[in-house]
Design a protein. Structure first.
Ligand code: URA
Length: 417
């Protein structure tokens, strides 16, 4: 059967709902070998998929594992998904912020891979924080606290786990129907009614141009609507890192500062903006502007911070590390690197800074590798800011002495004109 489907796709013909379902079921049951599925994925990469095919693929993936039903929770459950980037710690702030403003957020997040970080790795820098639990326990926390973040369990969307690993090694990641069905199958299986997508573009993101990001966002919104989800998307730039911190515990620290209303401006603005959209989508405010005002108050009076504390405690984390973030894992060395030039920072290359943080141990090259929560880069400036020769550009947190090659690459990742 699979050979005829590969042939059909190779010649740009449309597969039926039934054909796609049978193929995905057979692949999950190991009746189709990886080499044939790889050929099919490559045919999709070249020929694309119609929306009907993309809906069918999403549906087949959703039903390849457990599906969470959140309808017995009080209130509209909200979720947000970022396509990932460097320094993207948005979920750590957004989830408690929306909950502090009256929303219910049940979030399933991923781990970092390559230059992009993952929310689950960041949260695990807080000692005791549990990112795996039974669905009933997760729902109980959402019921009590109105906010919870867990990792994707291996029982959910089994087909995506298998296909993603295969795409990763066959050059078939960057295909809009494959990315859209992969992300949306996980979002729909996670059960929320309201979904906000943050689709990033730029050198630190999957989508290199804004046009591609818009196409991906449109495709994902269409899928969500087909599955009766309320959908909205924002398109945001990932040419420079988000905020100033890159690295797990360092990003948790920055998220906590932001929850006190003292975060880097670009990061805090994005968190408030996205929280306001979710509150509006969930009909908790009558306009986005009202949502922004509500989030401003929740940050100013520490309601969002206390919600984070409540969530961390409910998930088994040691609250004392949130109350005193200086206790979070610390690296052996902190090296300050100074500007060699006077001028304006024209580019902070997100991709190379992400890769440099990964080299320090903040990220993993391969799935399953251990990471070091303590290491990373804390920038002191953003693009467009003026620096002179003795200005410190960044504090580098490492567990070994930095070598010359690493330092050289760091200077190459910051352009000053
Ligand atoms: N993230 C996903 O979950 N899937 C993709 O295909 C790409 C990014």
């Amino acid at each position: 059967m699979i050979i005829s489907l590969i042939e059909k796709k190779k010649h740009g013909q449309e597969l039926t709902w039934d054909e796609i379902h049978r193929m995905i079921d057979a692949y999950v049951q190991k009746q189709i070998p990886d080499y044939q599925m790889s050929a099919f994925l490559m045919a999709v990469w070249f020929q694309g998929m119609t929306m009907e095919e993309t809906f069918a693929l999403t549906d087949a993936m959703i039903h390849s594992g457990k599906v969470l039903d959140l309808h017995d929770l009080e209130g509209v459950s909200c979720d947000k998904h970022s396509t990932g980037g460097v320094g993207d710690k948005t979920s750590l702030v957004l989830v408690p912020l929306v909950a502090a403003c009256g929303g219910v957020v049940a979030k399933m997040s991923g781990r970092g891979l390559g230059h992009t970080g993952g929310t689950i790795d960041k949260l695990e820098s807080i000692p005791g924080f549990q990112t795996t639990m039974e669905p009933e326990c997760f729902k109980q926390i959402v019921k009590q606290v109105h906010a919870a973040i867990i990792g994707q369990s291996s029982d959910f969307v089994v087909a995506d786990q298998l296909l993603y690993a295969l795409r990763d090694v066959t050059g078939t990641i960057d295909s809009i129907p494959l990315i859209a069905s992969s992300i949306m199958s996980k979002k729909i299986a996670a059960g929320s009614d309201v979904i906000l997508l943050d689709v990033k573009y730029g050198e630190g993101a999957f989508m290199k141009t804004k046009e591609e990001a818009v196409k991906l966002a449109e495709c994902m919104c269409q899928i969500g609507k087909r599955f009766n989800r309320k959908m909205q998307s924002v398109i945001s730039n990932m040419n420079e890192p988000l905020g100033l911190a890159i690295g797990n515990a360092l990003e948790v620290k920055e998220a906590i500062e932001t929850l006190h209303g003292k975060g880097p401006k670009d990061f805090q603005t994005l968190c408030q903006e996205e929280a306001a959209i979710l509150l509006h989508m969930a009909d908790l405010v009558s306009s986005k502007e009202e949502g922004i005002e509500k989030t401003r108050v929740a940050l100013e009076n520490d309601q969002a911070f206390f919600k984070f504390l409540e969530m961390v405690t409910a998930q088994g984390g040691d609250a004392s590390f949130v109350l005193d973030p200086s206790r979070l894992p610390k690296a052996a060395y902190v090296t300050d690197l100074y500007s060699k030039k006077t001028g304006t920072i024209s580019t902070l290359h997100a991709l190379s800074l992400g890769l440099l943080a990964m080299e320090l141990g903040a990220g993993r090259k391969k799935k399953g590798e251990a990471i070091d929560p303590s290491v990373g880069i804390v920038l002191t400036h953003k693009q467009g800011e003026y620096v002179d020769e003795d200005t410190c550009l960044a504090h580098i947190h490492s567990n070994h002495i930095l070598d010359d090659k690493w330092i050289q690459k760091f200077y190459e990742s910051i352009e000053i004109k």
